[in-house]
Design a protein around this ligand. Structure first.
Ligand SMILES: Cc1cc2nc3c(=O)[nH]c(=O)nc-3n(C[C@H](O)[C@H](O)[C@H](O)COP(=O)(O)OP(=O)(O)OC[C@H]3O[C@@H](n4cnc5c(N)ncnc54)[C@H](O)[C@@H]3O)c2cc1C
Length: 337
């Protein structure tokens, strides 16, 4: 286990922001993690846990110990007539795990194809896309407490999964390292093709009927058309969450903007943040090296050489403008550091 100092994070965050970690250790297993946490406690260093860096905005150098989680392994640990239980190392690349599941005919994660990042980060914001969320297939996770190194299991009810949310973004934020996640995947599937244009894309791709692979290929095809590839243009996917407003507020907005989309939820009405941002005139706006993506207004981009503080300032300007124009408060989905 090697401690690096003044490590550039340029290629370790998908925004491509050139910030530095004071100390940096790559963690390959639980023993290395225990040793690294001991070092942090001995030196009284704060710790930041890094996965694939696809959901963070670095606005400064990290004056702490960064632990890059690289714990690998995909293991079938149990099965019955209907399900398989798969234990996956936190450092596995999420999409590679999805492809592994599809090859083995395990259903439940195919709609979540091509989401960047690691398996260990997937419970953080209950990753979701195309009508699925990981809470639907989550069984439990193994974690280690930063404070004293104790191992703790979290079951689904402990995680308090919500829309792009979990206990790990709330009370437990920054307190646990997720080391392995155990998913319960299906041997028999209910194909979920009703969301967006998955069904028509499956046909367009030449499949005669849905399958795990057909759905995954359709989702990959659609995502590649809709979202900028972070290896080409720096971004962290959706920067903002879709706001949920009261029915009364939604009706008020609808009076002024009759075409505003709205999706009823148990808490109110969800309005696509992309619609608000586009209607407010931000879509495609460019400010030097940074901007709002021309096709997908939820995505802030770094065309190259941009700074995290500039992106943060742009996000605040957008948030203020949406508040002023629609009386709706946007919240960020990306973790700001
Ligand atoms: C092009 C693009 C498209 C995207 N599309 C989607 C989408 O459709 N749906 C969606 O939900 N998200 C999406 N995202 C966001 C992102 O892919 C997910 O949030 C992903 O789970 C982040 O994983 P990561 O490993 O990169 O996490 P990081 O960015 O490294 O970390 C994110 C947060 O999780 C913490 N963390 C990471 N690993 C661990 C661990 N092992 N233990 C404890 N804490 C940890 C970090 O400290 C940080 O707070 C997209 C991002 C991009 C760039």
């Amino acid at each position: 286990m090697k401690t690096e100092t003044n490590k550039s994070l340029l290629h370790l965050n998908t925004f491509g922001l050139d910030q530095v970690a004071a100390r940096f250790i790559t963690i390959n297993d639980e023993t290395e993690l225990a040793d690294a946490l001991q070092i942090a406690r001995d030196l009284e260093l704060p710790v930041f846990i890094l996965g694939g860096g696809s959901n963070i905005l670095l606005t400064k150098d990290l004056d702490c110990l960064v632990l890059k989680i690289n714990i690998k392994g995909i293991e079938l640990i149990r099965e019955d007539d209907k399900y398989v239980w798969i234990k996956v190392g936190a450092g596995e690349i999420w999409h590679e795990f999805v492809l592994h599941a599809i090859r083995n005919q395990w259903g439940g994660v195919e709609n979540l194809s091509l989401i960047p990042g690691t398996v260990g980060a997937s419970p953080m914001q209950n990753i979701g896309a195309y009508g699925a969320e990981i809470k639907d297939v989550f069984d439990h996770l193994e974690s280690v407490a930063l404070a004293d190194g104790t191992r703790t299991l979290f079951f689904a009810q402990d995680c308090r999964f919500g829309y792009r949310d979990s206990i790990f973004k709330q009370e437990a934020k920054g307190k646990f390292v997720i080391t392995r996640v155990i998913f319960r995947l299906n041997k028999f599937f209910n194909f979920n093709t009703s969301y967006g244009n998955i069904a028509s894309t499956i046909q367009e791709l030449g499949y005669t009927e849905p399958s795990l692979k057909a759905i995954s290929d359709a989702v990959i095809f659609i995502r590649k058309q809709k979202l900028p590839d972070p290896t080409v243009i720096g971004n962290a996917g959706s920067f903002f969450k879709n706001p949920v407003v009261s029915v009364e507020k939604y009706e008020r907005i609808k009076t002024a903007h009759p075409d505003v989309p709205g999706f009823p939820t148990t808490e109110g009405v969800k309005i696509p943040a992309a619609w608000l941002i586009e209607r407010a005139g931000w879509k495609g706006k460019r400010l030097g090296p940074i901007g709002v993506h021309a096709m997908q207004p939820l995505v802030l981009v770094n065309y190259g050489g941009g700074k995290g503080v500039e992106l943060l300032s742009l996000s605040k300007d957008i948030t203020d403008d949406i508040k002023e124009k629609f009386d709706v408060q946007l919240e960020t989905e990306v973790n700001i550091l």
